[in-house]
Structures are given as C-alpha cells and as structure tokens.
Design a protein around this ligand. Structure first.
Ligand code: SF4
Length: 684
C-alpha cells in the first residue's frame, strides 16, 4: 500500500504525514524521519485524529433555509438553486447598501489557494476589503507588534533550530506540549542537550518540569514581567550595545519606560519573586543564542500588542535576532493561519501584506485583477460582528469558520449574527454558525483536495488528495469560482496549481516557489526567485524596515478584574486531544474517547473554599453568561484562577469570555475574565 504524502490538518507546526487508506478510510498515518518540521514524530492528533473526514456527519448536499430566517428549516437543494440564491442575495445587498455591507470570514483551515481566492472574491468581485479570518482571534496582536517594530509578520526562525542551536529558550503564554506538541518535543530535546528553559506562565504546564526558572505571574501582568526583565538587563549593562547602535532606534525611550519596573515593583504587580526576574533576565541576555516562543497567553489580551512589543523589545535589546537558535517566534495555531494572512485574508492588507492604503501597491493588484479597489481598509472580524448588529453589514459569507462558538461573548455574537439579512456558510460540517445560515454549501475536506499550507515556520508545503469527496461536496476554490462567474467575473481556474501560479505573481515572497520545487520538501518564504533556496531564519542581512524600533510599553490592568461578585479569573485554552471549537477533533473517535467532556480546572485552595470536590459539577458565571461542567481540582491552576477549554459547545467557554478589544489589533481578551464558580447538585 503506497502512502500519500501530505501535511497535517491540525496545527501550524506543519508535520509531514504519510497516509495509507483502504476502501475509502484512513488505516495508518506515519511520518518520514527526514520530515523538515517534525523529524518523523507526530502528536496524537496528527497520528490518530483524522477520521473526522469520513464522519457520517459530513455535509453532502447544499442546504437552503425554507421559510422565515429564524424559524424556517434548512433543507437539501441543488447546487444550481443554492448558488443562484447566494449570488442573488449578495448582489442585492451590494446594490441596496453598497459593497461595504457585505463581509466575509476566510479560513485558516483552507489552503493558500482557497484563501487567496476568497479574499479576491470579496475585493475584486464584491468590491470590499471586509475580509478577515481567525488570526484576528489568535495572533493579530503579534502580527501588529512585529510589523510595527521589525517589518516582519511571522516566526523569524525555524523549528529545527531549537534542538540544534538554541542555548536559552524563553516560552511564554504557550502550553506548547498540548498545543504544538512537536515543538515542545524539540524544546525538551534542547534541554536534554544542555539548553536552559525560561518559562513565564500562570499555569503549571508540562514545560514547568523542564524549566531552569519558572515565572508564575498573575494572569494579565505580562508587560510588567517583561519590562522587569528589560529593566535588569539595562541596569546591569547586559544589553548588546553593538546591535542596539547598529540595528535599532528608540533605546533611550525604552530605558526610560522600564526604569520604573524594578524586580520589587514587578513582584508587587505580578506575584513573581524578584530574584526569579533577575535570574531570567541574566539567562536570556547572556546566552549566545536565545529564542523567544509565545502563544495566545500573550496575544489574547486587551494589551496583546503591548505584550508582544515587550517581547520584541527584549530581543532587540540583546541582539537575539538574525542567527540560528535566536528570534521571535509566535507559534501559530491553525494549520494554515500563516498562509491565510500571507494571502491577504485580512482587512487592511492585500496579498503579501501590501497595505490597502498604499496607492502603488493597490494599483499593482488592480492591474493583476482588472478591477478598481477601495482605498480604505475593511472591517476586522470582531468589528464585523458589531456592524452586523447595527446594520452596517447585512450579508456575511463564512468559509470554514465558526464564530458562533469561537468568538468572545457568544450570546452577543449570536444575537448579532441573527440580525444579518443573509448568512451563507461553506463548511464540511453543520457547525453552530452553519445552523444559523440561510444557505449552507458543502465543501471538500483537506483529505479530498490539492493545494498548499504555509506552516508557522513560513514553510509552504503540499497538501494532496487521498480520498474521494462525499456526496455532492465541492472544492472551496471551485465554489468560489462558480459564484464569481454568477456575479459577472470571468474566473476560469481549473486547478489549485493554476491559482498558485497567480499567487506567485501576486506575492513576491512566494515568487520562487513552484509545485515542482515543493514536490519532495517545502520551502520557507521569502523565496523570491526559482533559484532561491528559501529562508530558514530572517534578518541574516539586516531588518526589513532598516532599524528595529523599540516601543516603550507600560503595564495596564486587564479590562475586567475580579471583585466580590466575580472573584476568580477565567483563563481559556486548549488541551492536547482537541482542537479549537471541537468541530473536527470531536468527530475523531479516539480523541473523543480519551477526552470526552469539558473540565473546569480549579486550584485545591479555591475548591476547598467553594466546597467543590474533583469531578463535581460546577456552574461558572461571568457578567455575560454561564456554563456547567465537571470540576478538575488540580494545582496546575494558580490560586484565584480557573481554566476552561473552548472545545465543547455544551459548555462553551466563550459564553463567559470578555469581548473587550486590544485597541490596535482588535483581538478580544480571551485570557482574562472575572467569574464566579459554585457547586451544583446535578451529578455528571
Ligand atoms: S504537532 Fe501539529 S502538525 Fe504535528 S501532528 Fe500534531 S497537530 Fe499535526
């Protein structure tokens, strides 16, 4: 049985898979030992979690709602009827209210080719920049910060450098062992070689066992802790003078800003002992090669951009950039969230991160697409929700996203979605959002399509078809092309590769990548020419914006703090066995069997005070909603905080989360919400 070589559909690590099938089902998944990101290793999701593609729940026919928007039923329809209806309703909204009344959410689970076409559909066919995707909810703040300070929008270095080159690894806001397990494996291998690990995290995650120093801060105090590190580094003269003078600007402003954050002040603000701040600062600054990794514990705050800027400040201060084993490395969540951004599925940039406000850049795309483009940026996903509520957005096209489960403050989000005149959802399952739609279009899963994903380390890799699609489902790019033609655009793509050839013309960093070149092994962008070998780490020859810019930041409280009524802090996150809204992982039998229900992690001190025992059902309430789930009493959670995943619709953590936004990145504060917990009589 010959395997098909493809790329994992779960997280952004981009592990290479060899998939073997028998009679239309996956029977074995392995990985070659020379796989670039994962060296032949796979986590439980990659190895055993892909049977969702043959789930009986797959959508196989278009569905159209008959009758009233709220009470009518979704019923099977022909493609002809469904696509005609979508085209007619989108055109009608555009005609009556203007193109800005239409918005679209693209998908970090779809291929580069599909993301490119989706944003092109909104921009070139509808005439709006109102296109966004789930990066808004995960690393929008990291992208804003890195772009502001460095002119970069991705992980600067490669996963393989962790094991081979890093002497110090600083991990913050990332439960790497559960969310990017293969990266954690590389980190543990580095520690076994003698590298030292600095962990900054309020939860006692697995990596704490491998850490030389663990800073267990109060949730939301990251800027204070990171400014404390910068304070010690400057105070003790540990900064890299040569690098700062040659490659940065704004040092004096940074030094003034962090002067206040003595280790004692940091201890008072964050609860981290002053001596640990001192030790972490010395370790990071004096290492020959120190790399920073972060996840959504940094980015999902109202101060998410400031948090990421504080990390950039540290790397600039110590010159920990531009060499193997160094760098600034936001670990991207979804399999193709990096690619979705690269393809321009964002409201303020065109493909290749060309600002929509850049007249020359805009003209280049106008020539490529043969249309005039609007000059002002569109709405972010979080702004689209509000605009749906107040009537500025009337029609929404959602491809492979599920805002009715994954956005913050769900009761409000669902209310806003109900106000839309028209909602079309293209997906592989009837998600919570699809169940609210007027039209549902059944799409191919990753197993049924060809194309490319771009991993968190900027590696563009092939995705290959190994199963036939179910029923009448169609490829996302095929559906988009059909709709574009119905709306008057002459789109004639006949394959994913044909779309990729257009991407190469649109995005200079992808220009040198061809399907033939990545047949065996992916290439890391920037790869500007066909004889370019790709770029394992950025900034070897200097920074794209000339000099890296220090951005002084100061500690601000989270938007919501505990009080008498809601005395605990809720942190949301993920576990090893599940994935985001659970749409795919909960349809994988093995994963679901191991981890079948939502659990509320409580520290034993809080549990004792509340009279809660392990396994007891508890109600968690915030100002926005409530959920009921079983308690897990564990010292993993810091006293005063509780942890809940957002994988389970029946105990949806986002009913509780706060939709207060970071002012620059417009990302909600998923990581800090004030809640109350009480035992309930009902048994499990
Ligand atoms: S680490 Fe990520 S990409 Fe690799 S197998 Fe696991 S889920 Fe898939």
């Amino acid at each position: 049985m010959r395997p098909v070589v493809t790329t994992c559909s779960y997280c952004g690590v981009g592990c290479t898979l060899e998939v073997r099938t028998l009679r239309g089902r996956i029977v074995k998944v392995t990985s070659p030992p020379d796989a670039p990101a994962n060296r032949g290793n796979l986590c439980v999701k990659g190895r055993f979690g892909h049977d969702y593609v043959t789930s009986p729940d797959r959508l196989t026919r278009p569905l159209v709602r008959r009758g009233d928007r709220r009470t009518g039923r979704l019923e099977p329809a022909s493609w002809e009827e469904a696509l005609d209806l979508v085209a007619r309703r989108l055109a009608s909204v555009r005609e009556r209210y203007g193109p800005g009344a239409v918005a679209g959410f693209s998908s970090a689970k779809c291929t580069n080719e599909e993301n490119y076409l989706f944003q092109k559909f909104l921009r070139a066919v509808i005439g709006t920049h109102n296109v966004d995707h789930c990066a808004r909810l995960c690393h929008a703040s990291s992208v804003v910060a890195m772009n502001l300070a460095l002119g970069a929008t991705a992980m600067t270095n490669s996963i393989g450098e962790i094991r081979d080159h890093a002497d110090v690894i600083l991990v913050t806001g990332s439960n790497t062992s559960e969310n990017h397990p293969i990266v954690a494996l590389e980190m543990k291998a580095a520690v076994a070689r003698g590298a030292r690990l600095i962990l900054i995290d309020p939860r006692e995650i697995e990596l704490a066992r491998f850490a030389t120093v663990w800073l267990r801060q109060r949730p939301g105090t990251d800027v204070a802790v990171l400014s404390g590190l910068a304070h010690v580094i400057i105070r003790d003269g540990l900064w890299n003078r040569e690098f700062v003078e040659r490659f940065t600007e704004g040092f004096e402003e940074l030094a003034a800003a962090v002067a206040h954050y003595t280790p004692q002040v940091v201890e008072a603000l964050s609860g981290v002992p002053a001596r640990d701040v001192e030790e972490a600062a010395r370790l990071y600054a004096t290492s020959p090669a120190a790399a920073i990794f972060w996840g959504m514990g940094i980015s999902q705050h109202t101060t998410g951009t400031d948090n990421a800027l504080a990390l950039v400040n540290l790397a600039l201060l110590c010159g920990q950039l531009g060499r193997p084993g160094t760098g600034l490395n936001p670990l991207r969540g979804q399999n193709n969230v990096q690619g979705a951004g690269d393809m321009g599925a964002l409201p303020h940039v065109l493909p290749g991160y060309v600002p929509v406000t850049d007249a020359e850049g805009r003209r280049r795309f106008e020539a490529l697409w043969g249309v005039r483009l609007p000059e002002a940026p569109g709405l972010t996903a979080t702004e689209v929700t509000e605009a749906a509520c107040d009537g500025r957005v009337r029609a929404l096209y959602v491809m492979g996203e599920n805002p009715a489960l994954t956005d913050a403050n769900l009761n409000h989000v669902r209310h806003c979605l109900e106000q839309l005149e028209f909602l079309v959802v293209q997906d592989i399952f009837l998600t919570e959002t699809a169940a609210m739609a007027d039209v549902v279009l059944p799409a191919w899963s990753w197993a049924e399509k060809d194309g490319t994903f771009t991993s968190t380390e900027r590696r563009v890799q092939r995705v290959r078809r190994f199963l036939d699609p179910p029923g009448e489902a169609r490829a996302d790019w095929d559906i988009l092309s059909d709709l574009a033609r119905r709306l008057g655009s002459d789109w004639r793509y006949d394959s994913a590769e044909a779309i990729f050839e257009e991407i190469r013309r649109a995005v200079p960093a992808y220009a040198g990548i061809t399907y033939a070149r990545i047949e065996e092994r992916g290439l890391q962008w920037p790869c500007p020419a066909e004889d370019h070998p790709g770029t394992p780490y950025l900034f070897a020859g200097g920074l794209p914006r000339g000099r890296g810019r220090f951005h002084p930041v100061g500690y601000l409280d989270p938007a919501e703090l505990p009080d008498d009524e809601f005395p605990l802090i809720l942190i949301t996150g993920r576990v090893l066995y599940h994935w985001h809204g659970g749409v795919i992982s909960r349809r994988s039998a093995g994963l679901n069997e191991i981890y079948p229900e939502a659990l509320v992690e409580l520290h034993p001190d809080d549990a004792a005070r509340l009279g809660v025992h392990d396994g007891q059902m508890v109600r968690v309430r915030s100002r926005r909603g409530e959920v009921t789930a079983a308690a897990r009493v564990t010292e993993r959670s810091r006293p005063g905080s509780v942890f809940l995943t957002f994988h389970f619709a029946e105990a949806a953590a986002n009913l509780l989360t706060n939709d207060a936004l970071d002012p620059r990145a417009r990302i909600p504060e998923f990581k800090v919400a004030a809640v109350a917990v009480e035992a309930v009589a009902r048994s499990r």
